[in-house]
Design a protein around this ligand. Sequence first.
Ligand code: DGL
Length: 274
Amino acid sequence: MNHSPSSTLHSPLRIGVFDSGLGGLTVLQAILKQIKGVEVFYIADTKNAPYGEKTPQQILDFSLAITRYFVSHYNIDVLVVACNTATSAAIATLRQEFPTLLIVGTEPALKPAIEQSRSAKVGVLATPATLKGDKYQSLADRLSTHKEVRLYEQACAGLVEHIENNTLESKESLTLLEGWLAPMREAGVDTIVLGCTHYPLAKEVITSVMGKEICLLDSGEAIAKRVLSLIAQKGHTNEGKNSVTLLCTGTIEKEMVERILSLPIETINLLPHE
Ligand code: DGL
């Protein structure tokens, strides 16, 4: 394997971030806010999206292929799996296969949600694959023993497509969201975990259905903090400019990428289809 051990990081440090599409940009946004002096490579695997409706084996295969690509083409120091679904299906294998990479995954922000909920009724929106995965199940089991809490879990099949296609405001999308959120609204849920990195992009419409008092929690800031703490331990000084290279296996709306990142993006290279 042709990458440096994590004790000798590149300067500037190289971070690979991936997701099935636009969702991981919500994590990248948080990373760019907190971390300076890094080269970031982002892969949107839009050819294979949505991950949340694929099998664990398929999601693992996509994640391995992307990580191999990052390592062979960019010799990354850090891998951020900016996707709850891929973290659930692949993080253990990625850690085994790439032992010298610093790897940070994404988990639903269940812990802070349970801690801060006053009604002790917490909603969880995630992809079908994340909610079915052992990782989420054991997290939920472990945390609910700490505090008496009722979880309202909802798999949102179809929401990622609405976000990717910019059709969140459509009647079809609103009907879906209203149906998913109605039981939470009726039960008095006060906090909702956005357990998919795409869902922060739907915050406005979720708030419009739930009311503005609802607290929506995602994992972006916590991930950026974790990455910063890991690289600081390796001597990263956190100063200087960042650069961002965006790659995509299918198609992606450049304007949407720029809007999410509040950055002009020069080119989006297409990865050769594997
Ligand atoms: N954004 C991803 C997640 O956090 C994947 C969504 C999908 O492709 O279904 O789960």
